[in-house]
Design a protein around this ligand. Structure first.
Ligand SMILES: [Fe+2]
Length: 81
């Protein structure tokens, strides 16, 4: 997760994506939620594991379909990809 989010942020920096700060904040919110749940998972809490899977699945589907798509459109419009 961290690798993917970081690489995506580096790419947005590289292309000069104007919505980078807002996008990074969305990533940071996701990071905090998952790292918080991970602490409970590491203690053996199965409810936290199910919650993390459910949250991550929903967040990723929504994020990829909406938020990530915006920087892809920006990059294509600028002829960067
Ligand atoms: Fe993203």
């Amino acid at each position: 997760m961290e690798y993917h989010l970081s690489e995506e942020e580096k790419f947005m920096e590289k292309i000069g994506y104007p919505e980078l700060d807002r996008h990074r904040k969305a990533h940071d919110m996701f990071r905090r939620a998952i790292y918080d749940l991970a602490q409970h998972i590491e203690k053996g809490d199965p409810k936290a594991f199910r919650e993390a899977l459910s949250y991550a699945w929903g967040w990723l589907c929504n994020h990829i379909a909406k938020t990530d798509k915006k920087y892809a459109i920006y990059a294509k419009e600028k002829g960067l990809i």
